[in-house]
Design a protein. Structure first.
Ligand code: BG6
Ligand code: BG6
Ligand code: GLC
Ligand code: GLC
Length: 922
């Protein structure tokens, strides 16, 4: 008796196992799915195979993911998932995390989903009507079905999928239909700017938070993926430059019978009973709309064989659609006890025993596991394709995900991720959940697409936008340049000079005295008196005055320039009543100088606007001393010449001892940092560190950056006082940025894309747009008004659209600057990290310069990109509040202490002795 029962149970078990075995995919089978998907992705992109490809690879006319420059208020419709939503999306300041959304969900009656096209449109309009107060907003339409797009606002519905089947829609432009229906109502007007697949909306939503997100996945009612593809690979779309998002419509995979080996009888039954038999075969094995149905069919089969529900096939079990994804997810939850599973089944009208519950749970598990694995295999094909597109051995990428299945199911996401990891071992794939649905992404796309100019600008200025990969590449190039500059043999031909400064530590708190600091080379010529006292604690008192340096002096003879400096210094001392004293002077001279000691600085070459004759190749200390002596009315003791980067690092180092990098992003750009002495071939000694003035402005002077320079950069260079030099500086710094924008606007106007083609003499005048204007135009609140003011002054009578377009151009140019600086700074940081041989770098970067300080978004963008490019670092960015003069005084304090110890003649040796004591002190 016992044996008979055991045998029956064993045979029942076998039958169940046999049924479910068809759902267990072996690693080899999954590899095959991945390989086949890969073939279909390629076929979909190729001109000749595209028409017959099962994976349609539809172009979306979305050329880039958001970069934080988007702003405005938009209306978004979101149709095709579980819910139909209407949203108002407000992107406030163009800053990440500043999106406000209000949304309303509407039910879609079945007769509308599957009724006539006419009704479908009317339905949409009725709902829109309720939002009539907002109808003047530009609209982004998330439409979660395959559309053949020929532009961002044109999409012919290829075929309905999932639960929709409204007639007279397939083959027609959905945007047109919506527009016409609106017109027919004759009650309001709407500007439909973009039609967006839900995968694309999801990718955009997530990319707004994480720029690494270049893939969108929906695992919900339906199943689909989009990703950023290289334009040159999309054969049926014109143009080879840049990228475009492709909506794969991978749900159609299998239409050419190539996955029949893994489809089961149940899959075929579900397909047969669907609204679109033969189509969307992959979707029907993987998405929420069908998984429950597959489970139901298996349960019927098992019941027929007497293995479930006491062999009784009830009406309830025969009812299509009773098993929704949410029930599947509940049943599979590990937290539920069997009794609770049983009560869910009973709630569904299925009278089950506890044994039944176990079996049902197993069936659900087998079906959902296969779905997650299949999506994983498909995703592995996509990420591997992207990796190969980019010629990389390893790829790091983020997938933005949405959909009820992914969100609600307890194991789906884990199995999906595991499968991707196994099948695409060279890709590190992160998944982030879209918290806000794809409507936000649709609004972001609308923001970009709203103006015709934007598409043009994005396409035209494509070369000014860099992926993180390109930035990492630039970072690596700059690392090599740094090494060249430091090496004895390579230094003579190096473009990035890596000049030793003879400054060997940041302030240690012991400095004191009364100093004068000269600060020449930025936007202002400043003279300061810096008193550092040391009563209870170190305090600094500063008084300063700005002096004019007229153009004719900057471009005249060197002796005139230094006479002018000496005259201003005389005036300052007079006013300070110290003409009879011989205070030590620190000279911030913001140009590349070769030092052999602190108080000797041979100007290598003028940069920025300076071009006074007879100074290059000379020691500026001597020139200034000569000018002072010639006057004879006061005496001076120039003890140290420092670059402004060094002054900045020292100023910030005064407040934060961890500061070991100084950067300037102002008229010019440059950086210094503390390098290990043993790596500086040009200076004797191995112990301790010395500050190196990189002079990174010259990066690219040997052609290293030609691939990223644009025609505008070349034009700037041609018209500059020093053609062929400081090419990196000319792409990023304040002296050139306004001019870059002007050149772009001229070109746009010439092509009729701005100002109705009007070109005024003012617009054509060099220097008429300054970097401070770019900063004003990019202000979040009054930016557009500023743009209007500035452009009106140029006589071009800008429209509102013109102003928005100009704002966009400014953002692209300034963003490029911040990105490039992030790359070079990233190189310095990784070098510091390697020097210290630490897994994580904690450091402070002192920063100054008008561009960094005045531009409303620059600092934030720079910080963010640096943190992304050098994730293994904790960087504090410290703004130098008091200019580099204070830092120069610190160096001077130090130098004068040396002089006291050693006598003026031998301060170099003295520095080493002092440094010695400093280090021993530590
Ligand atoms: C939503 C999107 O968040 O996810 C929809 O906004 C999309 O457009 C949906 O279709 C997918 O999920 P589901 O599960 O509702 O189909
Ligand atoms: C100042 C420094 O704070 O910043 C100058 O004291 C430096 O020496 C300047 O050149 C850089 O900024 P800008 O924008 O004036 O070139
Ligand atoms: C279906 C649609 C597709 C959509 C997906 C997810 O597969 O065809 O366009 O992205 O469902 O909603
Ligand atoms: C230029 C100078 C450099 C200076 C920088 C910032 O690049 O060559 O010495 O630090 O401008 O002012």
């Amino acid at each position: 008796m016992v044996t008979a029962v055991a045998q029956r149970l064993a045979s029942q078990r076998k039958e169940i196992d046999d049924t479910l075995a068809a759902f267990a995919l072996s690693p080899t089978q999954l590899q095959e799915v991945k390989a086949k998907m890969r073939v279909e992705l390629e076929r979909g992109l190729k001109k000749d195979s595209h028409p017959t490809a099962s994976v349609k690879m539809l172009p979306t006319y979305v050329y880039r993911t958001p970069d934080g420059t988007e702003r405005g208020k938009y209306l978004a419709l979101d149709l095709g998932g579980t819910n139909f939503r209407v949203l108002v999306v407000k992107i406030r300041t163009g800053m990440r995390n500043s999106v406000r959304m209000y949304n309303k969900i509407y039910a879609i009656p079945l007769e509308i989903m599957q009724g006539t096209g006419e009704e479908y449109n009317m339905f949409t309009i009725i709902i829109l009507y309720k939002l009539r107060n907002n109808t003047r907003l530009p609209l982004g339409f998330t439409f979660s079905f395959p559309c053949n797009q020929t532009g961002i606002d044109k999409g012919d519905l290829v075929c309905w999928t999932k639960g929709f089947k409204a007639t007279e829609c397939e083959g027609y432009d959905v945007v047109d239909m919506l527009r016409e229906a609106i017109k027919r109502r004759n009650e309001f007007d709407l500007d439909i700017v973009a039609i967006v697949n839900d995968t694309v909306g999801t990718m955009m939503t997530c990319a707004y938070e994480d720029p690494k997100c270049q893939i969108g996945l929906i695992a919900g009612t339906g199943s689909n993926v989009c990703y950023m593809e290289e334009m040159k690979n999309i054969e049926f779309v014109e143009g080879d430059e840049g990228q475009m998002c492709v909506n794969t419509e991978w749900g159609g995979f299998g239409a050419n019978d190539n996955i029949e080996d893994i489809r089961t009888r149940y899959d075929r039954e579900v397909d047969g009973g669907s609204l679109n038999p033969g189509k969307q075969r992959f979707e029907k094995m993987t998405s929420g709309m069908y998984l429950g149905e597959i489970v139901r069919r298996i349960l019927i089969d098992l019941t027929k064989h007497g293995l479930l529900f006491r062999g009784r096939i009830t009406e309830r079990l025969k009812t299509k659609g009773i098993f929704e994804t949410k029930f599947l997810s509940q049943i599979e939850s590990d937290r539920l006890a069997l009794l609770q599973v049983r009560s869910i089944l009973q709630h569904l009208g299925l009278d089950s025993t506890c044994d039944d519950s176990i079996i049902v749970k197993e069936v659900c598990g087998a079906v959902s596991r296969r779905a997650a694995q299949l999506c994983g295999a498909g995703m592995a094909a996509v990420v591997d394709k992207i990796r190969e597109n980019r010629g990389l051995d390893n790829l790091e990428i983020t997938v933005g995900v949405d959909g009820t299945l992914y969100k609600l199911h307890p194991h789906f996401s884990t199995i999906l991720k595991d499968t991707v990891r196994e099948l695409a071992p060279n890709c590190k794939v992160d998944f982030i959940l879209s918290e806000d649905g794809s409507g936000k992404g649709a609004a972001l796309i609308t923001a970009v697409a709203q103006h015709e100019q934007f598409a043009w600008i994005d396409k035209y200025l494509y070369a000014m936008r860099f992926s993180d990969e390109t930035l990492r590449d630039i970072m690596a190039r700059f690392r090599r340049e740094m090494e060249n500059g430091l090496g004895r043999d390579t230094n003579p031909t190096a473009t990035v000079k890596m000049l030793p400064t003879f400054v060997r530590s940041i302030p240690d708190g012991s400095e004191k005295g009364d100093f004068i600091a000269l600060d020449l080379g930025g936007s202002n010529f400043r003279i300061l008196r810096v008193k550092v006292s040391h009563e209870k604690k170190q305090t600094v008192q500063m008084e300063s005055q700005i002096y004019e340096t007229p153009e004719d002096i900057i471009h005249g003879s060197g002796s005139r320039l230094f006479d002018h400096v000496a005259e201003c210094l005389g005036d300052f001392m007079e006013k300070q009543k110290i003409k009879d004293k011989k205070l030590p002077i620190g000279f911030t001279f913001s140009f590349p100088c070769a030092h052999t000691k602190l108080d000797e600085a041979v100007l290598l070459t003028w940069t920025k606007r300076f071009k006074a004759s007879g100074v290059e190749g000379m020691d500026v200390v001597k020139l200034l001393n000569k000018a002072i002596k010639k006057r004879g009315d006061y005496d001076a003791d120039i003890m140290a010449v420092v670059n402004d980067t060094v002054g900045t690092m020292m100023t910030c180092g005064f407040d934060d001892q961890r500061c070991e990098v100084g950067i300037i992003i102002g008229t010019g750009t440059n950086a210094c940092y503390m390098e290990e002495l043993r790596h500086i071939d040009l200076v004797e000694g191995d112990e301790g560190r010395m500050c190196i003035n990189t002079e990174w402005g010259a990066f690219g002077d040997d052609g290293t950056l030609e691939d990223i320079r644009t025609e505008f950069d070349r034009e700037i260079d041609r018209g500059s006082p020093n053609p062929g030099k400081q090419l990196f500086e000319k792409m990023v710094s304040g002296m050139y940025m306004g001019e870059l924008v002007r050149l772009i606007l001229v070109k746009m106007a010439k092509e009729g894309l701005l100002f109705e083609g009007r070109i005024t003499p003012e617009l054509l005048t060099k220097g008429k747009i300054e970097t401070k204007h770019v900063s004003a135009i990019e202000k979040s609140k009054e930016g557009l008004t500023k743009a209007e003011e500035i452009l009106t002054r140029l006589g071009v009578e800008p429209s509102e659209d013109d102003c928005i377009a100009v704002q966009h151009v400014c953002a692209i140019v300034s963003f490029r600057s911040a990105n490039l600086i992030a790359a070079t700074l990233g190189a310095i940081l990784t070098r510091l990290k390697d020097n210290k041989n630490t897994p994580r770098l904690r450091t402070t970067v002192g920063i100054d310069g008008s561009l960094y300080k005045m531009h409303p978004q620059y600092a934030r963008r720079l910080h963010k990109t640096v943190r992304r490019l050098v994730p293994e670092s904790d960087v504090r960015f410290l703004l130098s509040e008091s200019g580099s003069g204070k830092g120069a005084a610190m160096v001077t304090a130090w130098a004068s202490r040396l002089t006291e110890i050693m006598g003026a003649e031998n301060s170099v040796l003295g520095i080493f002795i002092l440094i010695g004591t400093y280090y021993f002190k530590l």
